[in-house]
Design a protein around this ligand. Structure first.
Ligand code: SAM
Length: 287
C-alpha cells in the first residue's frame, strides 16, 4: 500500500479537488518534541523532506531557492554585515548560506526546538553541511521571542526563518517581536522574514508588511520561487530603517557578489533586483 504525505496547508482545498502530496518511500524519523510534530521522510522527486506540524519546511531538492534568497539578498544589500542573527532555521540551511560570507564574523541561530536541529544534522546533513561546527557560529536553543528581548548583542542582519504563524511560530509574526528585533539591530540593519505563499495565504504578506511598517522606516516584500512551497512564489518580508538598502544598484550588488566569490543555484544580482517587483494582485493587496 503506497503511503502519501498531505501538506496540511492545502487540506482546506481537498473538497475543491486540490491537494499537495508526496509519496513516502521511507520514514527516517517521526516524533513529537516538546513543541511540535517532526517528521523526515524520503520521496523519489524531492529527496528527503522535513515537515513540522504537517507543514513542509524544506526539501533536499529545492531548499536552495529559499535559503539563498533569505540570506544573500539582505547581506549583499547591506554591504558590510558582520553579525547575523537567525531566528528559527533549525535545519541549518540559512546558517550554511550565511557562513559562505567570509566577512560574517558571528552568526547566532536561535531555534526553540533541539529535536529539529539534531534530526536535521542526522537525516538532512546537506542542509547544515557541517556549519553547526563552524567557530564563527553558535546555536542557541531558546524561544526567539525571548532571545531578542534579552540579548545584549547587536546584529547587522536578522533572518526570521520560522515555521508558519501557528504553534510556537505564531509569536514571530507579531509587532512586539519585530520591535524587539529592531532593538537588537545595528543602525541601518536589515531584517527579513518568511511570509507565506501569497496565492494560498493571501492575508499573510499584507499583515507582515503592515506590522513591519509600524516598526521600521522602510518595509516591503520580495519573492522567491520555491517549488514545494506550492501555489506560486513565496513572499519574504523586508524591513530596515535605511531605505537605501532596497535601492542598491545591480552593478553594486554584482561587485559585492563577485567579491564574496561563491557560486549559487538561485541567487543572482539580477534576480535580487527583480525579486522586489511584485505582480499587480500583490501590489493592490499592499495598498
Ligand atoms: N523554511 C521553513 C519555512 O519557510 O517555513 C522554515 C524552516 S525551519 C525548520 C523553522 C524553524 O522555526 C523550526 O526549526 C522551528 O523549531 C522554529 N521555531 C518555531 N517557533 C520558534 C520560536 N518561537 N523561536 C525560535 N524558533 C522557532
Amino acid at each position: 500500500m503506497t503511503a502519501w504525505y498531505d501538506e496540511a496547508l492545502y487540506t482546506k482545498w481537498q473538497d475543491k479537488g486540490y491537494a499537495q502530496r508526496f509519496r513516502i518511500d521511507r520514514i527516517l524519523f517521526e516524533d513529537k518534541s516538546e513543541h511540535q510534530d517532526v517528521i523526515v521522510f524520503e520521496t523519489p522527486l524531492f529527496g528527503r523532506i522535513l515537515a513540522i506540524d504537517g507543514i513542509i519546511q524544506t526539501t533536499e531538492r529545492d531548499e536552495f531557492a529559499y535559503h539563498e534568497m533569505m540570506v544573500h539578498v539582505p547581506i549583499l544589500a547591506h554591504g558590510s554585515a558582520t553579525k547575523v542573527l537567525i531566528i528559527g532555521g533549525g535545519d541549518g540551511g540559512i546558517m550554511r548560506e550565511v557562513m559562505r560570507h567570509a566577512d560574517v564574523t558571528l552568526c547566532h541561530m536561535v531555534d526553540i526546538d533541539d529535536m529539529v536541529v539534531e534530526i536535521s544534522k542526522k537525516y538532512l546533513p546537506s542542509l547544515s553541511d557541517g556549519v553547526f561546527d563552524n567557530p564563527r557560529g553558535k546555536v542557541v536553543i531558546a524561544d526567539g521571542c525571548k532571545f531578542v528581548k534579552e540579548t545584549k548583542e547587536r546584529y547587522d542582519v536578522v533572518i526570521v526563518d520560522s515555521t508558519d504563524p501557528i504553534g510556537p511560530g505564531a509569536v514571530l509574526f507579531t509587532e512586539e517581536f519585530y520591535t524587539d528585533c529592531r532593538n537588537c539591530m545595528t543602525p541601518g540593519g536589515i531584517m527579513v522574514t518568511q511570509s507565506g505563499v501569497p496565492f494560498a495565504q493571501p492575508e499573510e504578506f499584507p499583515e507582515t508588511r503592515k506590522r513591519l511598517r509600524s516598526v521600521f522606516k522602510d518595509a516591503g516584500i520580495y519573492l522567491s520561487s520555491v517549488p514545494t512551497y506550492a501555489c506560486g512564489f513565496m513572499a519574504l518580508g523586508w524591513a530596515s530603517d535605511e531605505a537605501k538598502h532596497r535601492d542598491v544598484s545591480e552593478a553594486t550588488l554584482a561587485a559585492r557578489f563577485k567579491k564574496a566569490s561563491f557560486k549559487t543555484k538561485y541567487y543572482t544580482p539580477g534576480i535580487h533586483k527583480a525579486a522586489f517587483q511584485l505582480p499587480a494582485y500583490m501590489v493592490d493587496a499592499l495598498k
